[in-house]
Design a protein around this ligand. Structure first.
Ligand code: PLP
Length: 435
């Protein structure tokens, strides 16, 4: 056990020097120091351990401290750690691109690298808008998105997200996006899109969506048939479809990509989060040759002028290639199946529960709403209480308002899942008196 004054100074130094993401420091001044991770567990500097039920914000699909990922990044670091990606290239990026394309539908031909999920979305939007711009379609400037969408925290990505308390301070500076009503109600949603396209048939360049599961918006789930109909309608109006698979990619929904459940495929896909197995920050935006060719010209002004310092960083590419090695293993897919099956059994056992309601699942993602008679939403007062409750129990769950979800590394064992279920059931038990 480390000495507690050391531990306290650790926490104090952090609080003195660091501004944390998505953190109201007045309410949550202290962060938990973590020194080590292994599999689904995070180990704290004070000797506590935490079961990472959310894959550390949805990225560590193979768990923490994976020796194979570490080895591959180390080996790459000894060769070339970083090289400018305009005018230069390297084997890890080429290999990764070929492999990603081999797992995507056949009409995807090109991979564009960036740094994270938000940048992958920014690139997708630029691709779609400039696709029409380069061809002289001056009217196609607007974008369609879904209600309750989340696409990241940069300005373009915020514009595509549903208006919320996250982006309220900037709302007047965001570009205009038309939001289609919740796909959980297929008829209303489809009709809404039809109405918008009828009102303004030629103004939309792109339709962006999180396929099948809207993550940060509350783990809202909807059916492939709904998305198929929306994509078909968009395509009939020459609107490019952008799948934001930043959360759903790499086995999360039970298939390689959520779009694998669809018969109508998107034109552009954004990937990040699970891409490197949580080892390094990286995003990619993949598109068809149709889109790529619209940027080809003797005229340099038709170039896609987008780059980040660390574009296609070789260490991140090596991590992604190593993560794909693991993804391509049979064992990983049997784990994905096992986690999905285990979730399914628990979901069935919760039918008619007074507090644990609206239990839903897609592959390895499980979500539920805690019903307390109060309204829902990210700022729900239950959120902080639930978060602290689970942390004290040694389970890292980050509720979205009154919505709890499990999005664990695929290597999580059934006993560890049971531990999470049990802690949720116990919390629900505590809530009973206030209902
Ligand atoms: C997390 C996420 C993003 C943003 O990715 P960052 O790497 O956090 O910028 C975008 N879209 C979806 C669906 C996400 O889950």
């Amino acid at each position: 056990m480390p000495n507690s004054s050391n531990y306290n100074s650790y926490v104090q130094r952090d609080a003195a020097a660091i501004w944390h993401p998505f953190t109201q420091h007045q309410i949550e001044p202290f962060s938990i120091p973590i020194t080590r991770g292994e599999g689904c567990w995070l180990y704290g500097a004070n000797g506590d351990k935490y079961l990472d039920a959310i894959s550390s914000w949805w990225v560590n699909i193979h768990g923490h401290g994976h020796p194979y990922l570490a080895k591959k990044v180390y080996e790459q670091a000894l060769k070339i750690e970083q090289v400018i990606f305009a005018g230069f290239t390297h084997e890890p990026a080429i290999r990764l691109s070929e492999r990603l394309l081999s797992h995507l539908p056949k009409h995807f031909h090109k991979v564009f690298f960036s740094d994270n999920g938000s940048t992958a979305v920014e690139v997708a939007i630029k691709m779609a808008l400039q696709f029409y711009y380069n061809q002289g379609h001056t009217k196609k400037r607007k974008i369609l998105a879904l209600q309750d969408a989340y696409h990241g925290d940069t300005f373009g990505a915020m514009s595509l997200g549903a208006p919320s308390s996250f982006n309220a301070p900037f709302q007047d500076m965001l570009f205009e996006v038309e939001f289609i009503s919740q796909p959980g109600n297929p008829e209303a949603c489809l009709q809404d899109m039809k109405n918008k396209l009828e009102a303004e048939p030629d103004v939309y360049a792109a339709f962006i969506f999180e396929p099948l599961v809207q993550g940060a918006g509350g783990m809202l789930m909807y059916e492939p048939s709904t998305l198929d109909a929306l994509i078909q309608l968009a395509h009939e109006h020459a609107i490019l479809c952008i799948a934001d698979e930043i959360m759903t990619g790499f086995g999360r929904t039970g298939k390689w990509f959520a779009m694998d459940y669809l018969s109508h495929k998107p034109d552009i896909v954004c990937l990040s989060k699970g891409l490197t197995g949580g080892m390094m920050a990286m995003g990619v935006t993949c598109c068809s040759n149709d889109i790529f060719h619209s940027f080809l010209s003797e005229d340099r002004k038709k170039t896609l002028f987008h780059s980040h310092s660390f574009t296609a960083n070789p260490l991140a590419c090596a991590a992604a290639n190593a993560s794909l090695d693991i993804m391509e293993k049979e064992e990983t897919w049997s784990n994905i199946q096992r986690v999905s099956d285990h979730h399914e059994k628990w979901v069935a056992s919760k039918k008619g529960h007074p507090i644990i309601q609206n239990v839903r699942q897609r592959g390895t993602i499980l979500a539920l709403d805690l019903h307390t008679g109060e309204s829902t939403g990210y700022m729900h007062p239950l959120r902080d209480r639930a978060y602290q409750y689970f942390i004290k129990k040694g389970v890292l769950l980050r509720p979205l308002g009154n919505t709890l979800y499990i999005l664990a590394p695929y290597c999580i064992q059934n006993e560890e899942l049971d531990l999470i279920y049990k802690s949720i059931e116990e919390f629900a038990e505590e809530l009973k008196p206030i209902c």
